[in-house]
Write a protein that binds this ligand. Sequence first.
Ligand code: NAI
Length: 334
Amino acid sequence: MHNITLIKGDGIGPEISSAVVDIIDSTKLKINWDECLAGLNAIEKFDCALPKETINSIEKNKVVLKAPVTTPIGKGFRSINVEIRKRFNLYANIRPSKNCPGIKTAFNNVDLVVIRENTEDIYAGIEHRIDDNTIHGIKLTTKEASLKIAKAAFEYALKNNRSEVCAVTKANISKLADGLFLDCYREVSKEYAAIKKREILVDNLCMQLVQNPSQFDVLVMPNLYGDIVSDLCAGLIGGLGVAKSANIGDNCAMFEAVHGSALDIANKGIANPTGLLSSAIMMLDYLGEGDCAKKIELALFEVLKEGKTLTPDLGGSSTTKEFRDEIIKKIAVV
Ligand code: NAI
């Protein structure tokens, strides 16, 4: 029996997380879903965006499946995602982008992984008002976190038979902060003779990604570049609806889709659960349930390949529930 903290989030979160839980439960894998609140729902009930109950559950279970949570723009409470990543030191955000069967995109040979530092950079939220017209925002970069993320990237490459780890920075401009990040990458890279090294500036990376993405393998970068580049990479494989991610720490992990709460389509029953489902498949692998993960992935790929039951973001006209039911049907026969 696995105990997993489940955060259903808001916007499309409850719709897609219910679908994902139904799909996993259909495999008969024994999971105790410890449902907890965070974000807007938690504020309504506890007057706190990340209540003690949720923190205690994560501390106890050490594995979280999280649907998106809305973060107010320019005001209001701090991002729950950032809060959880920092509090539990989930320092490595792993975001693989690989073409899904059946989803037609501009390129059919994308297979890369963005490894994003998850605790620092401007996400540390250190901002000061100097006067009414001037804000001072700090890009925090430490040697400790930069060494850790570089090591995580090379270890990921080794374990997953990847041949290259490329450091992405803007060290020509951010000479101190990105310079330190790059120095740490160079230091760690010496321990991995079998893995190819490469360095690229983030602006050039973006141009190269939209022209020739298959040249890239594992990309390691600071937090903000990772946030932006991974959405770009999601676009290369069919959009935000299909992109997955894992936030990994030394003894705790949180799995979530790359996309947000998609308020424009919330409560319409048409959200695509593929991103969260694929993240949950990564979670099952992390839990040592590789067979179950494979079974669900095969069923998902089969449904995508058939192309008959797709949500509107993938060009179909099916609902979230119809898509879920089709995957459950396939699981029963694979
Ligand atoms: P978004 O990712 O929610 O939506 C961007 C576009 O992609 C929208 O047109 C949306 O309909 C579409 N989309 C996203 N996920 C989809 C899915 N599963 N199926 C079909 N279409 C999908 O980004 P946006 O609008 O910038 O952010 C909305 C809120 O989400 C903000 O409050 C933001 O802070 C929050 N957010 C939360 C995240 C999290 O909880 N991990 C991550 C990113 C944003």
